[in-house]
Design a binder for this molecule. Structure first.
Ligand SMILES: O=C(O)C(=O)C[C@]1(C(=O)O)C=C[C@@H](O)C=C1
Length: 368
């Protein structure tokens, strides 16, 4: 008797709470559509101002997300509210004008995951097979943006992406950080049946220790992407792939081992490439491409102005120039926006001691 009383009190409380949730949902729904109508009006203003191509405003989105994070009192986490508002802006932008984003395909790659993390899911995501084709799709205007991997915390830079900036006029419009978890997946149910394992060369390298230990006699075959590896493993008997969870779902594979990457903090950084410069947000990064004369102290002369103007450098990478004129070019990331007075002064000084300086873009720092 006492028990049934308790359960009917709980039932009543549950009904009451669900009623409350329904009422809140109705208010949220109204507000969501009210917000969407505002975005449509923003689109009318942009159209009247002559904008035809890209209605996306990365600096405004960064501001919205920062304000929301500052105002969030919980219990929802910062990650959760950021995800909601990212998707909300993605849907509002899709109402204004759909955004086409090229990524390193096929479907199911980490690059696709990075594209969705940055732009939300309401984009037209276009898988392309090579980094060159992504650059070309954005250069030609077929897509407003592209997403390409640029460095991994275990394996270092993806040189092909850096080299593409040597010949391209595209600008960096953003960065995305993604924790990379690798999984062994297959159609077989036991790893003893595996004769060959496919993956992107970088992923094979990131799991080298695990493979040496648990699959020492299995042939490792590098392929063009992790998703391609999963596709092959789905059709070739007694093979497996190393890829992300999304690829397993997409190609109907069973995950035999999760998180087999050697470094627990394995992170990949992706760049968003576009045709337009991004305004300052107050929490930005600037990427530079420069070359120096081949003199003793030349690099020191380049870096000294950054130190003098109090600019922090977050990365420096040297690459052969491939142009013959210079031996090496340097890719440098610094904190700040090119329009920040201190960085603008430092860049003026740097320009005096280099043979070439190209600002690849100022963009909001990623929240990893
Ligand atoms: O403020 C704008 O310019 C908008 O278009 C609105 C909005 C938003 O939903 O908040 C949508 C897309 C833009 O990338 C930035 C912000």
């Amino acid at each position: 008797m006492a028990n049934s009383n308790k359960s009917s009190t709980a039932d009543t409380a549950l009904l009451q709470l669900r009623k409350e949730i329904d009422a809140i949902d109705d208010r949220i729904l109204d507000l969501l559509n009210q917000r969407a109508r505002c975005a449509q009006q923003v689109a009318e203003i942009k159209t009247a101002a002559g904008e035809v191509d890209c209605f996306h405003r990365p600096e405004r989105e960064a501001e919205v997300l920062r304000r929301i994070a500052e105002n969030n009192r919980g219990p929802l986490s910062q990650e959760a509210v950021t995800r909601f508002f990212r998707e909300l802006m993605s849907e509002c932008l899709a109402l204004e004008k759909p955004l086409a984003v090229a990524f390193l395909g096929p479907q199911g790659t980490f690059t696709q995951q990075a594209a969705y993390k940055h732009f939300g899911h309401a984009i037209q995501a276009l898988p392309l097979p090579t980094i060159d084709e992504i650059f070309r799709a954005v250069e030609s205007g077929a897509c407003q943006y592209g997403v390409v991997p640029v460095e991994n915390s275990t394996e270092g830079v993806i040189t092909h992406t850096l080299d593409s900036f040597l010949r391209s006029f595209l600008l960096i419009a953003g960065e995305v950080g993604l924790r990379i978890h690798h999984n062994l997946m297959s159609t077989v149910s036991s790893s003893e049946e595996i004769r060959e394992v496919f993956s992107h060369q970088q992923s094979l390298a990131q799991c080298r220790g695990w493979l040496d230990r648990y699959l020492p006699n299995v042939r490792r075959t590098p392929v063009s992407s992790n998703a391609e590896a999963a596709r092959l493993a789905a059709v070739m008997p007694n093979t497996a792939a190393i890829a992300g969870e999304v690829a397993a779902e997409l190609y109907g594979l069973t995950i035999l081992e999760r998180n087999i990457e050697d470094e627990p903090d394995n992170t990949t950084r992706f760049l968003v490439i576009g045709r337009n410069p991004v305004g300052a947000t107050g929490n930005d990064k600037t990427s530079l491409l420069l070359s120096t004369r081949n003199n003793p102290g030349a690099l020191y002369a380049v870096l000294e102005p950054f130190a003098r103007h109090g600019i922090s450098m977050t990365k420096i990478e040297s690459r052969p120039s491939r142009r013959g004129t210079w031996d090496y070019v340097f890719f440098i990331d610094v904190e700040g926006h090119r329009d920040d007075p201190r960085l603008a002064e430092a860049l003026k000084d740097v320009e005096k001691s280099v043979t070439m300086l190209k600002i690849l873009g100022s963009y909001p720092r990623a929240s990893f």
